[in-house]
Design a protein around this ligand. Structure first.
Ligand code: ARG
Length: 556
């Protein structure tokens, strides 16, 4: 219709001419022209059933690897260690992991790197705490917990918030005894950065403890990294970076500090403070150069909070001109900040505990699993028995899956409200709904004593048995065939929620199909068709959930 305006002709005439030139009879029935100038295309049942039957023999559910494979570095999770992980870390961790799995499955060569904040001012707090208020026996019993306690305690002392202090007599005592604590904490960090032997030794002692703390959470979340190269790794390279930026005329001194002044920004990108210390941006530039040299990626994705947008814009702009000047490989790397919004509580404010603390990630996972345990076993086959150990495993998959899925199903750029009640609903766009759909398929297969291999072979050799005479069967089949297109859409803008929306469509189509049509009680080709659709739905949902990093138990 827009074309008809352009060429100044009647839209139906234009439609007729287009239809006349179309060569699609292997795929579609004869196209119909309708209304003012619509062209309606109806896929041939043959085409759908042949496409479906080729899915049957395909482990990849119809997704061929991309033709132009890219090498992609994904920088995600990247928590500042030595502080307990909290709810704020969930988004980068879960979105980054899902994108890694999806891009890898789609055929790209992916390198994941957890860019740990292992060199920041938080170590000053722990070092000071270690020297002034360590509980040695507590440390021997549980080092992680004691370091966590020191961090929280010293932070209170440094912040010196009267209300917080009033509720904590130990903190209050320290504030009184060490009026200069704040300054001393800062100088512990400076000493560490200057290579002070004792602080370096302690840092080396703390690191494995901090690592164990986060590893425990990653294990539970089922998340791994190819590399975990913290900020500390790049420290020896920073002086050179600053020198190079100055020599290249990109950075200059301003009131003792060194900054890169970019057009369009009010503030420069600081790379060195007046006291000589290097900054977050300096490390990011050094990291970029290192990755360019060692991994030669086509693209780097930074999965980081939207509040760091300006930081990344400035780092990327600096990198581009720096790269051009010194001819580093990285002038051609596609640098992308995959930003995301904040997790809110049900009151619409950043998610906090009742006492006003940020919510620890571990206790959040525990609560998800506890609540999931209440719904596990309500399903139709649960009565067939699940022992306690199995039930716990399923609850873990359902609880953690719910938290991951709730995050991934949001448009990543907006904030979202964290709600256990919503994310554990059995109906709706939730992990439990998908997991439940798969369990239903498994139930059908088990009850019907179906041999999946035989079924697949039978239909693969003779696709015409798939009659697809009911519109519900047809709709389900068409949804199944969209997997490849969905992955392409996710990749356009790195949005896992495109994938969750499709999974939700698929599970909903299956649900309408299964509620309206009998599968096991149908006869002949109808039974075969419906079993095939169920089998494919189960497999495809499982594959899709796996790409989101979510486990799917056979029973629920
Ligand atoms: N550690 C940083 C933080 O907690 C995030 C690091 C993101 N990655 C990066 N290359 N800057 O804010």
């Amino acid at each position: 219709m827009p074309l008809s305006k352009e060429v100044g002709r009647n839209p139906r005439e234009v439609a007729a001419e287009i239809v006349d030139k179309l060569r699609i009879d292997d795929i579609c029935e004869t196209p119909q022209i309708a209304g003012p100038g619509f062209i309606n295309l109806t896929l041939k049942t043959d085409f759908i059933s042949t496409s479906l039957s080729s899915l049957l023999g395909d482990d990849r559910c119809g997704v061929d690897p991309v033709k132009s494979e890219k090498s992609i570095v994904i920088d995600f999770s990247s928590p500042n260690v030595a502080k307990p992980m909290h709810v704020g870390h969930i988004r980068s961790t879960v979105i980054g992991d899902a994108l890694s799995r999806i891009l890898r499955f789609h055929g790209h060569s992916v390198i994941t790197d957890n860019h740990l904040g292992d060199w920041g001012t938080q170590f000053g707090m722990i070092l000071w705490g270690w020297k002034h208020c360590l509980d040695t026996s507590a440390y021997e019993l549980n080092p992680t917990q004691e370091l966590g306690r020191l961090y929280r305690l010293v932070r209170k002392v440094v912040d010196a918030d009267p209300q917080e202090i009033a509720n904590d007599s130990i903190a209050a005592g320290l504030v009184e005894k060490y009026p200069d604590a704040r300054q001393e904490v800062l100088s512990e960090t400076v000493k560490l950065h200057e290579g002070d032997p004792e602080n370096t030794r302690l840092w080396k002692q703390f690191m494995p403890v901090c690592r164990e703390e986060i590893e425990r959470i990653y294990r539970r979340l089922d998340i791994t990294f190819d590399h975990t190269m913290g900020e500390s790794f790049y420290q020896p390279l920073l002086a050179e970076v600053v020198k190079d930026l100055i020599d290249g005329g990109m950075a200059r001194e301003s009131r003792g500090a060194v900054g890169v002044f970019l057009d369009g920004y009010e503030t420069p990108l600081l790379v060195q403070k007046a006291d000589g210390a290097f900054l977050y941006a300096t490390t990011d530039l050094a990291t970029l150069a290192w990755r360019a040299e060692h991994w030669k990626p086509d693209r780097i994705l930074y999965i980081v909070d939207h509040r760091q947008s300006q930081h990344f814009e400035q780092v990327f702009a600096t990198a581009r001109s720096w790269g051009c000047r010194v001819g580093q490989q990285f002038s051609n790397i596609d640098l992308i900040h995959v930003a995301f919004g904040t997790v809110l509580g049900e009151d619409g404010k950043p998610f906090k505990t009742r006492a006003g603390d940020t919510v620890g990630l571990e206790s959040l996972l525990d609560e998800g699993v506890q609540r999931a345990a209440l719904i596990v076993g309500e399903g139709e086959q649960a009565r067939q028995g699940m022992d306690d150990a199995r039930r716990r495993q399923v609850a873990e998959a359902v609880g953690i899956g719910a938290i991951k899925y709730a995050d991934l199903s949001q448009n990543r750029t907006t904030d979202y409200v964290f709600s256990f009640d919503k994310m554990l609903e059995l109906k709706g766009n939730t992990a439990a709904y998908m997991q439940y759909a798969v369990a239903r398929v498994e139930g059908i297969v088990t009850r019907g004593g179906v041999n999946r291999e035989l079924l697949r072979r039978e239909v693969h050799d003779n696709p015409s048995v798939l009659e697809l005479s009911d519109p519900l069967e047809r709709r389900l089949a068409l949804t199944l065939l969209r997997f490849k297109a969905v992955l392409e859409d996710v990749e356009l803008d790195y949005r896992p929620n495109v994938m969750t929306s499709w999974l939700y469509d698929l599970a909903s189509c299956f649900s309408s199909f299964y509620d309206a049509l009998s599968v096991l009680k149908a006869d002949g080709h109808k039974r075969t068709t419906r079993l095939v659709l169920s089998d494919l739905t189960g497999r495809t949902l499982r594959q899709g959930m796996e790409l989101l990093g979510i486990r799917v138990p056979n029973q629920m």
